[in-house]
Design a protein. Sequence first.
Length: 68
Amino acid sequence: MLKRFLKEEKGQGAIEYILLAGGIIVAAVVIFAIYSKMTSQAANRLNATTDAVTSAMSSSINASLANM
């Protein structure tokens, strides 16, 4: 009975599919975490640049209006 149990391979395919699905899920989570961090950094840089340009333009407009 033990020999027959050890030779039995019916569940092997299902386990392989489960491991494959688990690997894909882990890879997706890692990729999502990296992508999320990258987009957050890009958004922060965009906000900082926009704030700097807005401030510079505001100062320029105010200076032009003061000289009128």
